[in-house]
Design a protein around this ligand. Structure first.
Ligand SMILES: [Zn+2]
Length: 271
């Protein structure tokens, strides 16, 4: 089938522009600054593949929290920005950015269809990249983070005690100590739930969904959680996916209490 679109919308990062040297490097350096840990490019891809992380400052903040060092969003963002933009004396990581698509090709496309951009970048970040490039002017429209911004980040987990908050962010990003995650990093031979499947008989995979909805070990706590969620959102257990639950600020207080009263996201009871 041959298609002739009238409008072609591009994402910028990873599609038109290689941002490993700029945004991704800034994530790595910011995390190193606050925690002393060196995370990898592969880990960044894992985090980005989860929903809710278009915002690199939010991602970096949550990642640092998941490593047990809750640092306020504003502070993380300030450090990130310094690394990304650089200072008077030192060029920032922004200067390492590379275009992935030749301008001649974009130009050819622009004669056949209108080109537009849709990006998680701020307008300022986008303008900087476009202005230094001959591709500037080829795009009719750009929708940026500034156009879709949704106010402040979720304050509830950010203010919760450190241990619970880090489990919250780990679960949200899919890095919590669940059976499925531990198996994926070759830490366990299987992904069976060790809370309800003590003898390893049923072979129930310990997913987030299992822990929040079905695991018989946490039935009472689940009942309380979903009752509060329904009251808050008028949407019952069956209609929620756990990923959406963890991304919905209205549910954060109930989710945090659920974590406080269970060992969900822990490999074993404390002690
Ligand atoms: Zn279970």
């Amino acid at each position: 089938m041959k298609i002739a679109p009238k409008l072609v919308i591009f994402d910028v990062d990873g599609v038109l522009v290689d941002v490993r040297g700029s945004f991704h490097r800034s994530i790595i350096e910011t995390i190193h600054f606050f925690t002393g840990r060196r995370v990898t490019y592969a880990e960044i891809h894992q985090w980005k593949n989860r929903s809710g992380y278009n915002d690199d400052w939010r991602l970096t903040t949550d990642w640092i929290s998941s490593l047990g060092k809750p640092i306020p969003y504003a502070q993380v963002k300030a450090r990130f920005q310094k690394l990304y933009w650089g200072t008077k004396d030192q060029p920032g990581n922004v200067s390492r950015e590379k275009w992935l698509v030749a301008h001649s090709r974009l130009e050819r496309w622009s004669r056949r269809a209108d080109l537009a951009l849709f990006t998680g970048r701020t307008r300022h970040e986008l303008r900087h990249t476009l202005e230094r490039s001959p591709a500037n002017g080829l795009f009719r429209r750009a929708v940026t983070l500034d156009d879709v911004k949704k106010g402040k980040p979720d304050q509830t987990p950010a203010r919760a005690e450190k241990r619970t908050a880090s489990r919250f962010y780990q679960l949200k990003s899919g890095h919590a100590l669940t059976g499925v995650y531990l198996k994926s990093i070759d830490n366990r031979p299987d992904d069976y739930c060790w809370w309800c499947d003590l003898e390893n008989i049923s072979g129930t995979p310990q997913t987030r969904d299992h822990l929040f909805k079905h695991c018989s070990r946490w039935k009472d706590q689940q009942a309380q959680l979903w009752e509060r969620v329904k009251k808050e959102t008028r949407k019952g257990k069956q209609r929620w996916r756990v990923g959406d639950l963890l991304a919905d600020e209205r549910c954060s207080p109930a989710v945090l209490d659920f974590l406080r009263t269970t060992y969900v996201g822990r490999a074993a009871p404390p002690g």
